[in-house]
Design a protein around this ligand. Structure first.
Ligand code: CAA
Length: 381
């Protein structure tokens, strides 16, 4: 077993860390407070290659391994998870889906635009009544010969407004249940699409989250991904990889809060000494460090399995369950270590705590990860 990172992986981690600490940190509080979409930063991370990480060079991407990808996401999430979620949905759900399951024409048409950041990817699965129960799709895609007609509502869509390339999951053959579901690539500017108001979220406030309404949207048949009825399995396969991205994000949120708490505890004095010299604080930091390290092993194991073409669905569910719980625990302790200062925006840790909460909810709640893990355990016995 080799726990060393390659030179390339370390270089990618450093590039992400440098950008996050130098550029993202200085205005993250303002973006969060005013819910400002990070237009310039998204352009910059595209130039750094972060939007083409899971797109192969053949289509203009960088095509790095998944461990490198998690390292980059972790560093960006230490500072600004809104940018990390844009990057994650774009790479591990949308671009990865097109590259690995799309037709040659679909890849040639969309991937170069996505690798350059000209078009941002969005993944439209959730609906008002289909969140955890993802196969209960009410959005319909009626087969009309040379095209499909899309109607319905999608909810909680990251990059719904700014995204250019939608992957939309919809029901074509209701009588077949999950086997009647299809996936389509849909241009965000298609006639009949209405994007709802920006959701006023508790955390990750500057990512672009909206509902999307489809009203008789015409989707050419060549925009369907895979065989007729492949849509649900496709969505599930994508989420296996997406959850590696979200677990890396959670790891970064925890790491960001830990770094701030460690720094603060070496500066802040009470009872005549820096607070790190009090065992009550030192033990908290020790637990935070140990939890982060154990989550990191799980995140990297899931990424490594994906890189090595081995099944990674259960590993990614375990990584997401553990890393997102660690993010919640570590950020809560980071606020506690900061005392009153932790409860105000200026010290960043309250924002990281708000961001941690979302990682336990999207791309499958913690309870959904437990379902996936439990089913895997019962299959194996
Ligand atoms: N890979 C391939 N196929 C899979 C699969 C996988 N990982 N998981 C399930 N399937 C297949 C099954 O084999 C089955 O096919 P067969 O009938 O041929 O065997 C079919 O799909 C149906 O499977 P299940 O009966 O297991 O499906 P289910 O209805 O019980 O649901 C679930 C399973 C895991 C709970 C699923 O509904 C799920 O993952 N729910 C959570 C959805 C989710 O994560 N949403 C996140 C939204 S995206 C988002 O948040 C992005 C963002 O913007 C940040």
């Amino acid at each position: 077993m080799n726990f060393d990172y390659s030179e390339e992986q370390l270089m990618i981690k450093k590039a992400a860390r440098d950008y996050a600490q130098r550029e993202l940190f200085k205005d993250v509080i303002e973006r969060d407070t005013k819910a400002i979409y990070p237009t310039e930063h998204v352009k910059n991370i595209a130039q750094l290659g972060f939007l083409g990480m899971l797109i192969s060079p053949e289509y203009g991407g960088v095509g790095v391994d998944n461990v490198s990808y998690t390292l980059a996401l972790e560093e960006i999430s230490k500072v600004d998870s809104s940018i990390a979620v844009i990057m994650s949905v774009h790479n591990s759900l949308t671009a990865y889906g097109i590259e690995n399951f799309g037709s040659k024409e679909q890849k040639e048409k969309y991937l170069p635009l996505m690798a350059s950041g000209e078009k941002i990817g969005a993944f439209l699965l959730s609906e008002p009544d289909a969140g955890s129960d993802a196969s209960f799709q009410k959005t319909t895609a009626v087969d009309n010969g040379d095209h499909y007609l899309l109607n319905g509502i999608k909810n909680w869509i990251t990059s719904a407004n700014t995204g250019g390339v939608y992957i939309v999951i919809a029901q074509t053959w209701p009588e077949k249940g999950s086997k009647g579901i299809n996936a389509f690539i849909v241009d965000r500017n298609s006639k009949g699409i209405t994007v709802g108001p920006h959701e006023d979220k508790m955390g990750m406030r500057s990512s672009d989250t909206h509902s999307v309404m489809f009203s008789d949207v015409i989707v050419p048949k060549e925009n369907r991904i895979g065989e007729d009825g492949f849509g649900f399995k496709f969505a599930m396969k994508l989420l296996e990889g997406g959850r590696i991205g979200i677990s890396a994000q959670a790891l970064g949120i925890a790491g960001g809060a830990y770094e701030l708490a460690l720094k603060y505890s070496k500066e802040r004095k009470t009872f005549g000494t820096e607070i790190i010299n009090h065992q009550a604080i030192a033990f908290k930091l020790a637990e935070m460090a140990a939890s982060i390290e154990s989550a990191r092993l799980l995140v990297h194991k899931a990424a490594w399995l994906k890189d090595n073409h081995q099944p990674y669905g259960t590993a990614s569910a375990i990584a997401k369950l553990v890393a997102t719980n660690v993010a919640m625990q570590v950020t809560t302790e980071a606020v506690q270590i900061h005392g009153g200062y932790g409860y105000v925006k200026e010290y960043h840790v309250e924002r990281l705590m708000r961001e941690a909460k979302l990682t336990q909810i999207y791309e499958g709640t913690s309870e959904i990860q437990k379902i996936i893990i439990a089913r895997s355990i019962s299959r194996d016995c």
